[in-house]
Design a binder for this molecule. Structure first.
Ligand SMILES: Nc1nc2c(ncn2[C@@H]2O[C@H](COP(=O)(O)OP(=O)(O)OP(=O)(O)O)[C@@H](O)[C@H]2O)c(=O)[nH]1
Length: 595
């Protein structure tokens, strides 16, 4: 570390690599790690737990211009080794993400894919500075690779045809970025990285353009993050749980990315879990062994302290229930109460934003749960419960008590369903679990399910629901007095079907429709405007009914509720009008009828 950095107390910026499956995140990380080892000075790159640190010296050497060395005040870059937006959302910290910078990888040959958009949305939401790399340029037809060369050097060596092909593919990606609300351009054509998103063409495989990526990340860190990177070297260690892991001989351990202060062996730390936080003492701080030390049985070696920013494994008693994505904060006897309160509140903030009814959401970490809740809220879907953890028997049991089929669902992100939960599912075929490792897929699947269910229900309702209808007995059209009475009627509104009860405007049910004839032909129903002959069982003309009477279909209270409160908008105008008249009759003496 140069004097420059020490004076400023700047920690290493944390970088996450995101993007669609198979677009080359791991290859890029390997390239950054690998070439640093090959090209860097001895021991220059440091392997952390869950992260790789590339010091400024290695980057400068890689770029071949030592004069750049003094331009930078950040000590290097810390790449999180787990690629994907999953690690990004896990690395949450209060009010934002722990990752200071991100790289979104897009395969230039394939272009945008669902997880590309998901990554961009997450970064937008967290307001994290990032760059896009268009990867796999070496696969473009006719491309001649120049391993490890900066992009412009290799670009100039391509034929005009290959350059033209590159431009077409490249600007397709820029166009898609524009659709997502980003003004973007090739990195060497940008003067202000605050206004324009930088796009760097690379090959993770050959290393072309990778030095450009490292330089631009350093530049971004320096320009936009200086204030965020100040840290207190002697202050209490503060970090986030990246993963909870069983290790042979160590039991449960947590991999932590430390972003502020120092942690020491023996320190008391507070770690988040559901409910009350864990308070424990650090038994051991562990870092990976160097390659030269593989003769040791364990992959890890103990260190007395860890200083931000770094990745470190913590072994401590009672950490089995620690939550990925939750805070880890060092505490002293003076601060313990306030630290416990702080951690508890942070976990509770994520858990409590739920409605009285709605769906159940489950995810593997606090960060991904937050991202799920955010996306579902945006889609205006109510959430009854949002929790971290696998889908359990208890979840299925709870879903089985929910009557609304739209809500008796479990939406699961990146988790498993336990075997006993699966067993219980067999007994409750109506419960649905939607599971995926892309949030948008879960959201889309759920939306499709809702649409299908609604169509089904609508069909079911229109077949069995008793709909509103009114008709008038026409004068001079009494064909039979009784058993059954047969009269000519005109349908004034709605629909009259066979086997429905009819009633007078005073609420008295006078009989049942037992047959409808139109021009001598039997028909199952008559609709508004039709004049038909109708057989009414149970009524006698001259006694309960007479010419000119207006009668209504008798709608049971349960059907009336569905008509009025669920599908009113789908009714025709005359049906609406008829229903309103009918409700007025029923509510004359009982104002709360059907409410
Ligand atoms: N030709 C070429 N192939 C590449 C490049 N980068 C990655 N690949 C290949 O693409 C495939 C996927 O690459 P990965 O690095 O595993 O992709 P990823 O994004 O990490 O994939 P997931 O971890 O599954 O999300 C592998 O076969 C790589 O060798 C590249 O720049 N050029």
């Amino acid at each position: 570390m140069s004097e420059n950095h020490e004076k400023k107390n700047l920690r290493t910026p944390i970088v996450c690599v995101m993007g669609h499956v198979d677009h080359g995140k791991t290859t890029l990380l390997d390239q950054i790690r690998g070439t640093s080892i090959v090209k860097g000075e001895a021991g220059a790159i440091t392997q952390h737990i869950g992260a790789t640190e590339v010091p400024i010296d290695v980057i400068v050497e890689r770029c071949g211009d030592k004069r750049l060395r003094d331009k930078f005040i950040v000590p290097g870059l810390l790449f999180i080794d787990t690629p994907g937006h999953h690690a990004f959302t896990t690395l949450r910290s209060r009010g934002g993400s722990l990752a200071d910078l991100a790289v979104v990888v897009v395969d230039i040959n394939e272009g945008f894919k669902p997880q590309t958009i998901e990554s961009l949305n997450i970064l937008k939401r967290f307001k994290t500075p990032f760059i896009v790399v268009t990867n796999k340029i070496d696969k473009l037809y006719g491309w001649k690779s120049n391993p490890h060369a900066p992009f412009l050097t290799t670009y100039k060596k391509q034929t005009p045809e290959t350059q033209a092909l590159f431009e077409t593919k490249f600007y397709e990606v820029v166009g898609r970025l524009y659709e997502q609300g980003f003004s973007a351009d090739r990195f060497d054509r940008i003067t202000d990285f605050q206004k324009t998103l930088g796009v760097v063409p690379i090959s993770g495989l050959t290393g072309e353009g990778v030095s450009d990526v490292l330089m631009i990340l350093l530049g971004l860190a320096q320009r936009f993050l200086e204030s965020a990177l100040h840290y207190n070297i002697d202050g209490p260690g503060i970090g986030t749980v990246l993963e909870v892991k069983e290790e042979k001989g160590l039991g449960t351990t947590i991999d932590v990315i430390l972003y502020d202060g120092t942690l020491r062996k023996g320190d008391t730390v507070v770690i988040g879990r559901l409910g009350e936080p864990i308070e424990t003492k650090i038994r051991a701080l562990l870092k990976p062994r160097e390659l030269a030390e593989i003769r040791y049985e364990s992959k890890f070696k103990q260190v007395p302290k860890a200083v931000a920013a770094c990745g470190v494994k913590i072994s401590a008693p009672g950490i089995e229930e620690a939550l990925a994505g939750s805070p880890v904060i060092m505490a002293t006897p003076e601060t313990i109460e306030s630290v416990l309160e702080k951690v508890k509140k942070e976990i509770a903030d994520v858990q409590i934003q739920t409605d009285s009814d709605g769906v159940m959401i489950k995810a593997d970490t606090l960060g991904s749960l937050e991202a799920m809740v955010h996306e579902f809220r945006k889609a205006e879907i109510k959430i009854r419960k949002a929790e971290v953890g696998d889908v359990s028997k208890r979840d299925v049991m709870e879903a089985s008590t929910i009557e609304d089929p739209m809500h008796s669902v479990i939406l699961a992100f990146n988790i498993k369903t336990t075997p006993d939960a699966l067993e219980l599912m067999d007994e409750h075929p109506s419960i649905r679990i939607f599971t995926n490792d892309v949030i948008y897929r879960i959201l889309d699947d759920y939306k499709n399910y809702i649409k299908e269910r609604e169509e089904e229900l609508e069909k079911l309702r229109s077949d069995t629901l008793i709909k509103p209808g009114q008709f008038k007995i026409l004068p001079g059209c009494v064909f039979r007095q009784s058993k059954p009475a047969v009269v000519g009627v005109r349908i004034l509104g709605g629909v009259i079907k066979n086997n429905t009860d009819v009633m007078l405007p005073d609420g008295t049910v006078v009989g049942t429709v037992k047959g409808i004839e139109n021009n001598g032909k039997k028909i199952p129903k008559a609709t508004v405007g039709m004049e038909v002959a109708m057989a009414l069982d149970g009524a006698t003309v001259g006694r309960q009914i007479k010419e000119e009477d207006i009668l209504y279909v008798h709608i049971p209270e349960s059907d009336s509720k569905v008509l009025e409160f669920e599908i009113f908008d789908t009714l025709s105008n005359d049906e609406k009008e008829t229903l309103e008249k009918y409700l007025a009759i029923r509510r004359k003496d009982k104002p709360f009828w059907g409410k």
